[in-house]
Design a protein around this ligand. Sequence first.
Ligand code: NFS
Length: 656
Amino acid sequence: MAEARKVSIDGVTQEAYEKALGDGVETVFDRAARIKPCPIGSGGACCKNCGMGPCRVPAPKNREETPEERAKRTGVCGATAETIAARNFARMVAGGASAHSDHGRGIAETFLAAAKGEIKDFVIKDEQKLYQLAMDMGVEIGDKDLREIAIEVGERSLAEFGKQEGEGIFVKRAPLKRQEVWRRAGVVPRGPDREIVEMMHRTHIGVDQDYESILMHAARTALGDGWGGSMIATELQDVMFGTPEPVVGLVNLGILKRDEVNIIIHGHEPLLPEMMVIASQDPELLRYAESKGAKGINLGGLCCSANEILMRHGIPVAGNFLQQELAITTGAVDLMTVDVQCQMQSLRQVASCYHTKLITTDRRGKIEGVQHIQFEEERGLEIAKEIVRMAIDNFANRDQGRVVIPDGTKEMVVGFSHETINYLLGGMFRASYRPLNDNIINGRIRGVAGVVGCNNARVQHNYNFVTMIKELIKSDVLVLTTGCSSMAAGEIGLMTPEAALEYAGDGLRSVCEAVGIPPVLHVGSCVDNSRILMAATAMVKDGGLGDDISDLPVAGAAPEWMSEKAISIGEYFVASGVFTVFGVTWPTTNSEEVTRYLFERYEDSLKGMWAFEQDPVKAAQLMIAHIDKKRKALGIDKARERILYDMAKRRELDAA
Ligand code: NFS
């Protein structure tokens, strides 16, 4: 059993965990204490790609190995430790890229059906973005009507996934120099399906046995995610559900309500969640809830589904990955739906200890012993209403005597899509990244960091995120977050404009004050890391900061990562020219060569590279050092010194 104080830095989570302990319910924190990570697998030293193994090839501990030892360190087929580590890493990329891309495909299918008028509950909400998208995709607009354009965009999007030849449609969105880097390195992605299948093939026994070759294809696969599957998901979701604009939301388990029907939407694809938002506000269902003694229907989100409906509708967020079981152990959740990704199988066991109804809604994401209600787009709203009704019916089964909802929510200002950043900084009629670039050039903003990714039960919940983000904003680095990182920042109160006063350095604070933005901008769910790629591209295109993403004073990080998706995201950041630091554990430590290739030699071909640092302050410092290196190369390091001097002078004057 773990100690509440140690499992999370968040008081609300600690309190909820204590309640779970008191109720005798095992959660992820207890399992992490009980199960130790396998020391052989964690460094990439275990190959189980064929039936002669699994073969374990760990390097000797605490000393250099002799050449003889080294030569013997192979699998039965002769695969070297390098090949094995690279293959394992590459398969993680393929796993993550497939999750994002399959999500994107589902969205594209729904989009096309909606455009054709085959399903009535989904419509085109953002026409302006549709036109933009159509132009980026090379769709001729001429005198076509909206419907025709939407159909063509839908068809092209869907065709992208299995594109066998040529270049992914969004490759052209990248800065020209970046496209050249990719072409030279041979990593321009075709369709994500093709790259993922090739990655699986190459890592089959007896195929690609040159770690450099494997890792270059890993880059190509990841680019097919970031500039392909994920980007398609984000773009089409925006067109269908609206491009996020700033909105205030609440975060943490305290959003649950004692006197209302609590429904939690957990997972990733926003199709059902969008319908649930409408269903939960349906007057007839609200009356039905009242008739059952509830004061209302309270919809909340978990994980990336939460980010989707928070960004677009201001729906409150119950928590991030490590809080999913704790939402149920409050005893207050009447129903939880899960679709795909990041949903723990233990939810079934946890839910069985309370009255909570757990429902799987996607045929790809079933859980043994859990009721399945298949979400069908043609009957989207009808199914959502059915689910809300089930939750209302289950409200009567709630034992209020067992309910403990920890007190404490935080407000967060969210909704910073790439477009919003444009408008906010440049104004509605002169939307541009110019002011951001100017503030970087004049040194008020030192650089920009994307802090993203999961929670990981091997480290204290939210600690790495919060510590890293505070260190960055204190040093005038503007932070963009997605996924579980966003909730971590929100739960500690870093996502309000006022947070800039308390936590940001003088330069960043002055910009946040002038524009009225938080020092940490929530840009969306995990597929929305594609927005960060677009933001970086816009910075390059606006001028003054070099001609490639790799010239920008920017960095990326996932200090609490755990999923394969995070590895794919990190890999496409790196392959897009971004210095990217991961925490917790590093999956190739068993091979020095493979690790060196990812950390150093990738830079030669891709101009971006990985780093690994468990200490979040040190990791932030690595990012800042990289940002400063880029400032220097751009010749804008002096401007910042002047700004800092001015600030110091101003303070002296203020004090006098
Ligand atoms: Ni993304 Fe990790 Fe999951 Fe979302 Fe959270 S765990 S990689 S952030 S919820 S996908």
